[in-house]
Write a protein that binds this ligand. Structure first.
Ligand code: AGP
Length: 614
């Protein structure tokens, strides 16, 4: 939540342009206000306001700021309403120290009281503003800037932060306690920092990932990293190379990132197929030897985990319990045993509830193993995991997860098949049939997208007459129903319930009236026969039935008012991977519904892509 971007060069330049580009690339992290401060010849210049970045640029021309330093911020409000005075950067009383911040300073109330009693005057309602004032307080006592920052940060919890001081024009300070910070160096002349990789892609692929409780001094083209608690100890950190393509972080010919990323799903899956076999084998062996297996995540990643649980359990012969990460400790505090394995799934690798859950599990039992699946190299989750697999979706900018969902389910399916191979439970021929079905999912999606994008627009026109609807399914497709429902809630602001078709008659069916739309996700798997009965029950009450079926489907198609066809063969090998091939239909539905409502699908109301607060 909140995107932060910092840059320092050796000469005065059009620094506002670069800073503006930086926060535009991070807008998915928050978009209720933004601001930039630049340093030029011993003075700070600041422009900020509430609203989306483009609106503020048009009003204030952020890009004409000059100087050798700039700190830029795009905000997702936590403390203080999204209004101008609460937007970042924040300053000390003299306007000499500027700070941009992501996270929550949990103990800010007592620190603010202390500073108020010393005469500091606050301009905002934010937790962030205590930081420049506290640094100012230490500088007043004759302590230098760097040590004042260290003393300040030792007293605070919950930040990714960048700080500059008008009297120290040759360096900026970056620090982290929980919220992510990436540092990039370009040709020895410029240093950058940001809360996420896409902001750095136009300038460098060589990055350092700042660890928790670390602070870095950034000079032009040079970085020194220290431990905040033991500031004399310099940390040697290897550079990491990011091979993400910059085009993947640009909209290109598409109107929105969400649509572009849906169309990128086939390629993302083909890349994910190349996950090293050794990693898959390692995961498989850990899971086979575990006594208890849990899978945990939040949001879309949780739905991917739900689908993955069905696939892996099938081959593991041991039940996998899925738990929302924010509930993991509550549910396992009295039962977690050694020799348990927890699979943690996260696109960003930075979701705070997930990080806390796995940290808790590791501390609770010495021999619990954490296997993580994330899309971001070097993200926080990887530091708390015994082994990590990187899904290969590439950068995902749309706030609503699309290609990262399908690559997560695909990776979990690869792990499942590796388990089947290791356990030797299937004939070679049968394993091959499963592999072939999984490998064909990118082609299935590609064909579907080519044929169906426009017909989904028409379905949306019909649905828009109704305020609410259901997505119903059985078995593994419940994950698809839930994920489809989440997409519509997020981007189209509709109340959609993704639910078990069987359970829907124990209450939700009370809502059905003439024309009430119900979307059934109906691959021809072992749940199909019973789903027919559920379709009939809802039809008998006047429901408008829309079904997502495979091309050869007849029975549910005949019962439906509208049909969306997925071009895949009807057999058990393909059906197991239907969460991958059926979800693009619902992602497209959500996308077109957002447009029909005049909403921007890339910037859903109240959301941010990476949730780094509880
Ligand atoms: C999905 O569309 C949402 N953006 C959200 O539910 C997301 O999946 C959730 O916050 C988890 O994020 P993560 O995968 O980065 O951990």
């Amino acid at each position: 939540m909140c995107g932060i971007f910092g840059i320092i060069t050796s000469e005065n330049t059009e620094i506002g342009k670069i800073a503006l580009d930086g926060i535009k690339r991070l807008e998915y992290r928050g978009y209720d206000s933004c601001g930039i401060v630049s340093h030029k010849d011993g003075q700070l210049f600041i422009k900020k306001d509430s609203g989306k970045i483009q609106e503020i640029q048009e009003k204030l021309t952020l890009d004409d700021l000059m100087g050798n330093i700039a700190l830029a911020h795009t905000r997702w409000a936590t403390h203080g309403a999204p209004i101008k005075k609460n937007s970042h950067p924040h300053l000390d009383c003299k306007g000499e120290i500027a700070v941009i911040h992501n996270g929550i300073i949990e103990n800010f109330i007592s620190l603010k009281k202390e500073l108020l009693s010393k005469g500091h005057i606050f301009q905002s309602d934010t937790d962030t503003e205590i930081i420049p004032h506290l640094i100012e307080e230490y500088i007043k006592k004759g302590i230098d800037f760097q040590n004042s920052v260290i003393k300040t940060l030792k007293r605070c919890k919950g930040y990714g932060i960048v700080i500059c001081y008008s009297k120290e024009p040759n360096f900026i300070i970056v620090a982290r306690k929980e919220s992510p910070i990436i540092i990039g160096i370009d040709r020895g002349k410029v240093s950058y920092c940001a809360s996420d990789i896409p902001a750095l892609l136009p300038y460098t692929r060589n990055i350092y990932i700042l660890g928790d409780n670390e602070l870095a001094i950034l000079r032009p083209g040079e970085v020194k990293i220290f431990d905040i608690e033991n500031e004399v100890k310099k940390i040697e950190r290897p550079l990491k190379h990011v091979d993400w393509n910059i085009d993947a972080a640009e909209k290109g010919e598409y109107e929105h990132f969400m649509l572009k990323e849906i169309f990128e799903e086939p390629d993302a899956l083909r890349k994910t197929l190349k996950i090293p076999e050794n990693d898959l084998r390692l995961f498989a062996k850990e899971l086979i030897s575990a006594e208890h297996v849990y899978i945990t995540a939040a949001g879309t990643s949780y739905h991917a985990s739900l689908a993955g649980k069905y696939i892996i359990t099938k081959f593991l012969g041991n039940y996998i319990q899925e738990i929302e990460c924010s509930e993991l400790e509550n549910q396992l505090k009295d039962s977690l045993r050694d020799n348990s394995v927890i699979i943690a799934v996260s696109q960003s690798g930075e979701t705070i509830d997930l990080i806390e859950a796995i940290r808790w599990a590791r501390n609770a039992k010495k021999n619990v193993k954490i296997l993580s699946l994330t899309n971001v190299v070097g993200s926080s989750i990887t530091r708390y995991s015994n082994h990590t697999i990187i899904t290969q979706a590439g950068p995902e900018i749309g706030v609503a997860a699309t290609k990262t969902y399908t690559t997560q389910v695909f990776s979990l399916a690869l792990i499942g098949l590796e388990i089947a191979r290791e356990r030797n439970i299937l004939q070679k021929k049968e394993i091959e049939l499963y592999y072939n079905a999984l490998k064909s999912t990118p082609d299935v999606i590609e064909n579907f997208l080519k044929k169906t994008n426009h017909s989904i627009e028409k379905i949306v026109d019909n649905l828009e007459r109704n305020a609410n609807y259901f997505f119903l399914a059985r078995g593994i497709s419940i994950a698809t129903a839930k994920e489809g429902g989440l997409k519509l809630k997020e981007v189209a602001c509709r109340f959609i319930e993704g639910y078990s078709a069987a359970n829907a008659k124990h209450g939700p069916i009370a809502l059905v009236r003439d024309g009430f739309p119900i979307i059934f996700i109906a691959p021809p798997d072992e749940t199909y026969k019973r789903l027919i009965g559920n379709v009939m029950e809802f039809k008998a009450r006047g429901g408008h039935i829309i079904s997502i079926v495979v091309e050869s489907d007849e029975i549910i198609s005949d019962l439906s008012d509208t049909i969306i066809k997925i071009p895949q063969p009807a057999n058990k090998y393909y059906n197991l991977f239907s969460p991958i091939t059926f979800i693009p239909a619902l992602q497209l539905l959500a996308y077109h519904a957002a447009l029909a409502h005049g909403l921007d699908p890339d910037k859903p109301l109240n959301l941010a892509k990476t949730v780094t607060v509880h």
